[in-house]
Ligand binder design. Structure first.
Ligand code: NAD
Length: 362
């Protein structure tokens, strides 16, 4: 069991996965901080955390025993908080997206390397049992090279409230591309992070202020909301290797229903992982499936891989993997250089959409 002492920065919704996961891994959550101290106090009471602070700086000063920090603040603050914690000699588990852009992800990776500390990101969909089942086939060579993949996270009515930090580009970095980057990340993970070369993309702002397209979660509406992010995005990525990836992300798009999936076509096998929604748009009711497609003895064979359901959607498993990585008992599920590649793709999607031109990633 772990003796790791952990501090949490930001006490919002996602900490309901981080805190129990640390506790399950045997780590001790010794402090939680939030600019809104009531938020920190609420979570401290709910999970018996002994110390609360109104800032990350006060937390690091007040609890020097902290060895690792979870960064659970809005996207704009990921890089700043993570780098400060790494420079203070702490390991860091940072929520997704890694940062607002690739340069910030590079700076975070450098801070981790300079301080010799572990920096991991909450790419929780990699930690899901289905993704872990598929990656074993891929790593064993059973899939061959993934020539092409399609990554979808599309919502018909999924705007996370009007005027919270999610819908303000300076705070979030963007809309569904950056918020729902999980399937793009998962496709890159399956493709084993080839170097992206060209990106061509378009984004759409239709339905931006329309309450009919709001999701059943998110932040309550502001009185005079700022909504300056895309509502849907379609992109095509070509890698130096010739491999290609199509991505589609939306919060508001006239699609039949929510779809979350990665499909891929390998030189030896194709495959797919997807989330099936019992009720549209509700994460908690999702079940997943994954399959491999091969030709055997002159027949098309579809292999359904049976995995145990994970109602926590890999969010707790990813935190437990972070603890075990620090302890040296597990291999890390994410690496800082992968976060840089992911953010390069996302930067290029936005640049291409803005310029109307293909973007070369140097
Ligand atoms: N992996 C996932 O599936 C998943 C799901 C939801 C959210 N997230 C990510 O988690 C992060 C937080 O999301 P959330 O839904 O918990 O948001 P939230 O708005 O519920 O909570 C954020 C909290 O951070 C606090 N805060 C803001 N700036 C701060 C600072 N500089 N220092 C300390 N506290 C600060 C706010 O007061 C707020 O209480 C985001 O980056 C989001 O993208 C990931």
């Amino acid at each position: 069991m772990s003796n790791l002492a952990v501090g949490i920065v930001g006490a919002g919704g996602i900490t309901n996965y981080h805190i129990p996961a640390y506790q399950e891994a045997g780590a001790k959550v010794v402090a939680i901080s939030d600019l809104v101290i009531k938020m920190a106090e609420g979570q401290a009471e709910a999970y018996s955390i002994p110390n609360t602070f109104a800032s990350m700086e006060d937390m690091l000063k007040g609890c020097p025993e902290i060895q690792a920090v979870s960064v659970c603040v809005p996207n704009k603050f990921h890089a700043k908080v993570a780098i400060a914690c790494l420079n203070a000699g702490k390991h860091v588990f940072c929520e997704k997206p890694p940062a607002l852009n690739a340069q910030e992800a590079v700076d975070m990776a450098k801070a981790a390397a300079d301080n010799g500390k572990t920096l991991m990101f909450d790419f929780n969909n990699r930690a899901r049992p289905e993704a872990q089942a598929l990656i074993k086939y891929i790593e064993n060579g059973d899939v061959g090279t993934i020539n092409s993949a399609q990554a979808l996270w599309i919502r018909r009515t999924g705007i996370p409230g009007f005027g919270g930090w999610f819908t303000q580009k300076p705070l979030s970095g963007g809309g569904p591309v950056i918020d729902l980057l999980h399937m793009i990340d998962l496709a890159l993970y399956f493709m084993q992070f080839p170097k992206p070369e060209w990106v061509l993309a378009s984004t759409f702002e239709d339905f931006s202020g329309n309450p009919d397209f709001k999701g059943p979660w998110g932040i309550p509406d502001a009185e005079d909301p700022i909504v300056d992010v895309e509502m849907a995005a379609h992109a095509f990525v070509r890698f130096e290797t010739g491999q290609v990836l199509y991505t589609r992300n939306s919060w508001a798009e006239l699609n039949k229903r929510e779809e979350v999936s990665v499909t891929f076509q390998g030189t030896k096998a194709g495959g797919m992982v997807r989330r099936l929604f019992v009720r549209d748009g509700i994460d908690e009711t999702a079940i997943d499936d994954c399959e491999l497609y091969v030709q055997e003895n002159g027949k098309s064979v579809n292999r359904q891989i049976i995995t145990e359901p994970d109602e926590k959607m890999g969010r707790e498993a990813a935190v437990i993997n972070f603890v075990q990585t620090i302890e040296g008992t597990a291999k890390p599920l994410s690496h800082p250089e992968e976060a840089v590649i992911l953010m390069q793709v996302i930067d290029a999607i936005y640049k291409s959409a803005e310029s109307g031109k293909p973007i070369e990633i140097s």
